[in-house]
Design a protein around this ligand. Structure first.
Ligand SMILES: Cc1cc2nc3c(=O)[nH]c(=O)nc-3n(C[C@H](O)[C@H](O)[C@H](O)COP(=O)(O)O)c2cc1C
Length: 341
């Protein structure tokens, strides 16, 4: 379904490593996929489900399925049409693209596709500049801010260090990092990022705030107390803290801590419709996919991304039918087992 090998053939090896790689020994990168491999579905039968309905409402957005596009950097490195192509596919599929702060096209241009957009933010130590970026996302019509909270410093990506891949090739830039004078700034990770930063952001915008990168149930409880609007259980696709728990393994405790007070989303290792089903059954409202979208973009531009999304939709629909559910909200944790041995 996803032509990962085809993407690898097309990409410059250093760019392939940038997209595919993770931090350190890439244990967490592998664990995300393995965690799905350990689960088995315990289907229900004779439920007469008829046609399935995958529609999902999230923060005021109506999605045709519970699968969103995760924020990933540098789409023009994968395909000359860049984030605009990814957004076209999101619009055609009826889902959300979370635009990375490290996107290589301006969010206003990406918005011309008519796609539902959320904007991912690394709050910058310069608050005034952060506000400039937030206003740009608001002006483009983004429907939520996704604050990435697992990155007080950059993860150590050893493939990139070996390849000397530290900068974008000339002609490409993080277009949403322009300051009021039109100068593009470097993305700085804020080592001082704290709950105060979230409270500050809450005071600066009316957009829903989503925290991306929560793994510990205590942080999930704090997120509820701080009035955020949704959580994404994520370890950044294994690119930040190597050795961190797989997203799927972290999900049940976070769902329990939140107790239905917020939508809980998950990303990391989702490769098949059956993976989506397992995450939903364990309490996620929706999932996001990162690398599969990049492979689709690399091999086929907007059409390639579209086919990855439609593949996931078809697989999820079939998996629901085979597990005896008509819609995502009918799934429960009783449908998922971890066999011993
Ligand atoms: C190449 C690449 C770039 C990424 N860039 C960002 C980013 O700019 N901001 C962010 O919050 N997450 C970023 N992520 C993390 C993704 O949003 C997401 O958490 C992860 O890719 C999900 O795992 P998956 O690739 O296994 O689906 C990036 C991931 C990849 C693979």
């Amino acid at each position: 379904m996803v032509d990962e090998a085809g993407a690898r053939r097309r990409l410059d090896p250093a760019h392939w490593d940038f997209f595919a790689g993770g931090a350190g020994d890439e244990r967490t990168l592998g664990a995300n996929v393995e965690a799905f491999g350990r689960r088995r579905i315990v289907p229900r039968v004779l439920r007469g489900t008829g046609e399935r309905d995958l529609r999902t409402g999230l923060l005021g957005c109506e999605l045709t399925m519970p699968v969103l596009i995760a924020p990933t950097a540098f789409h023009r490195l994968a395909h000359p049409d860049g984030e605009v192509a990814t957004a076209r596919a999101a619009a055609a599929a009826g889902t959300v693209l979370v635009v990375s702060m490290a996107a290589t096209q301006p969010v206003g241009e990406i918005a011309t596709t008519g796609a539902l957009l959320w904007f991912q933010l690394y709050p910058q130590p310069d608050r005034e500049f952060t506000t400039t970026v937030v206003r740009r996302a608001e002006a483009a019509g983004c429907r939520a801010l996704v604050v990435t909270v697992d990155s007080p410093v950059f993860g150590r990506r050893e493939r990139d260090l070996r390849n000397g891949f530290l900068d974008l090739p000339s002609g490409l830039a993080c277009e949403n990092m322009r300051d009021a004078d039109g100068r593009i700034r470097d993305i700085v990770m804020d080592e001082g990022l704290s709950w105060d930063s979230i409270a500050w952001l809450r005071s600066r915008t009316h957009l829903p705030i989503v925290l991306k990168g929560v793994l510990h149930p205590a942080d999930a409880r704090l997120a509820v107390e701080h009035g955020v609007d949704a959580l994404i259980v994520s370890n950044h696709g294994g690119r930040q803290l190597d050795g961190a728990i797989a997203s799927l393994d972290a999900l049940p405790a976070v769902v329990e801590a939140v107790g239905g007070r917020l939508p809980v989303l998950l990303d990391g290792g989702v490769r098949r419709g059956t993976d989506v089903l397992v995450a939903l059954a364990l309490g996620a409202t929706a999932v996001l996919v990162g690398r599969p979208v990049i492979w689709g973009l690399t091999t086929g531009g907007a059409d390639g991304v579209r086919s990855v999304l439609e593949g996931l939709r078809t697989e999820l629909d079939r998996a629901l039918a085979l597990a005896g559910a008509a819609r995502p909200t009918e799934l429960g944790a009783d449908l998922v087992a971890v066999p011993r041995g």
